[in-house]
Design a protein around this ligand. Structure first.
Ligand SMILES: Nc1ncnc2c1ncn2[C@@H]1O[C@H](COP(=O)(O)OP(=O)(O)OP(=O)(O)O)[C@@H](O)[C@H]1O
Ligand SMILES: [Mg+2]
Length: 381
């Protein structure tokens, strides 16, 4: 095989950086499109186009320099990517699937069409429709259809008095209301499909969120075998729903009764899959690269239990990132640190993560709790 593989990545953040680390192992030439010359990918990509993500000329420039385009964030101008696809340029995951996923409403419609269980949902076009959906669902999560991340773009409404504040907070764009699910656990399943149609599904991960931001991931998830099978089966179905090529992450809720609902789908490697770097035979980043450039996929199997702990920007501080406690955490030999190299720290911004692998999940959790003391994060069991 002629090994001149040229890959373009839209977005130069930490996901792009971890993709590049794997791409370079495979001898792939990588061009990044990101507006910041200080983004995490800048120092390790082969070429950096310093222009906005939604600049269609910049996307065309990227397309000229590479054979395949992928992306590390979903909030990008999709029309230019659709145009590239129509000119037979490879874009993975496909621009068509990205367009459906970018709009939370069309994403949920697609899932529903395929019989994938999701929280009940409705598009909201007036205050009165919101009122009647609240009567029907009792409690709702109002969501902006476009652009939400880390819970920004969501508002929990439990009584009619919250409606005004919710609408004010979420602004003018299109909105959807989802039934509030009183879940017992949040889990996620990563799945990757190669260009020949083969699919690999990773073990179920259990996720802890605080203020809507992922703080910690435990693998394997503490759920029954039946729930685990249900979740993996849903991940396969999601890959069909979006005709996915590349890595997808399926976020799900598990209820007390063992019901599993799909919350949302990300068409890219995901924060809850960072543990795969140290804990799986093939990391989510390696399989993503393999899939999008057309190589066979590697096994997703878990080698050993793992905990991933995010390092978030300190409250009340904006400025150069400080990594207090990381050196102390590294005194535990099983702790692996990933520092993203962002230029600015803002409250709760994802600045890095650590992964702890061990012979049991209990052992990993113990060390993670000790690490939290160094990070000043509240201890959880
Ligand atoms: N229908 C729901 N019922 C209960 N909780 C929900 C519901 N929808 C969302 N949430 C909570 O809000 C969090 C963020 O929601 P969602 O995943 O839709 O938003 P996001 O901002 O796109 O997420 P991300 O953090 O993945 O970028 C979820 O992880 C979950 O804790
Ligand atoms: Mg989410």
């Amino acid at each position: 095989m002629d090994w001149k593989i040229r890959l373009g990545i839209i977005g130069g953040g930490q996901l792009g950086k971890m993709m590049i680390a794997e791409a370079k192992k495979l001898g792939v030439y990588v061009v990044v499109l990101d507006p910041s010359s200080e983004c995490p990918c800048h120092s390790i990509c082969d070429y950096h186009i310093i222009k906005p993500f939604d600049d269609s000329k910049a996307i065309m420039e990227l397309a000229e320099k590479v054979d395949t385009i992928t992306y590390e964030l979903e909030h990008i101008g999709v029309d230019a990517l659709i145009q590239l696809e129509s000119q037979n340029k490879q874009v993975f995951p496909t621009a068509t699937s990205l367009k459906i996923i970018q709009d939370k409403y069309s994403q949920k419609m697609r899932l529903m069409e395929l019989g994938i269980p999701t929280p009940a949902f409705k598009l909201i076009d007036s205050v009165s429709s919101l009122q009647s959906v609240l009567d029907e669902y009792k409690a709702i999560v109002l969501k902006t259809c476009f652009g939400g991340y880390d819970g920004k773009g969501n508002y929990l409404i439990k009584n009619p008095a919250d409606i005004e504040c919710a609408l004010e907070a979420l602004g003018q764009g299109s909105l959807m209301a989802e039934q509030f699910i009183n879940f017992k656990k949040e889990i996620s399943v990563l799945a990757c499909r190669g260009q020949k149609g083969e699919v690999v599904v990773y073990p179920v991960a259990e996720n802890i969120h605080e203020d809507n931001i992922l703080t910690e991931t435990f693998v394997p998830a503490d759920i029954s075998i039946e729930t685990s099978k249900k979740a993996s089966g849903l991940a396969y179905k999601v890959m069909e729903a979006f005709d996915g090529v590349g890595m997808f992450c399926v976020e799900m809720f598990v209820t007390e009764d063992g019901d599993v609902y799909v919350n949302e789908v990300a068409p890219r490697p995901h924060n809850s899959g960072h543990y795969t770097i140290e804990a799986c035979i093939t990391s989510q980043f390696e399989n993503h690269i393999r899939a999008v450039v057309g190589l066979p996929l590697g096994y997703p199997n878990l080698i050993r239990p793992a905990v991933m702990l995010n390092i978030l920007g300190k409250e009340g501080y904006i400025g150069e990132p400080v990594y207090d406690g990381v050196e102390d955490m590294l005194t535990f030999g099983s702790v692996k640190a990933h520092i993203y190299g962002k230029s600015v720290s803002t409250p709760k911004r994802k600045l890095g993560h650590v992964t702890i692998c061990g012979s049991s999940l209990e052992e990993c959790k113990k060390i993670s709790n000790l690490c939290k003391n160094y990070l000043g994060i509240n201890k959880r069991c």
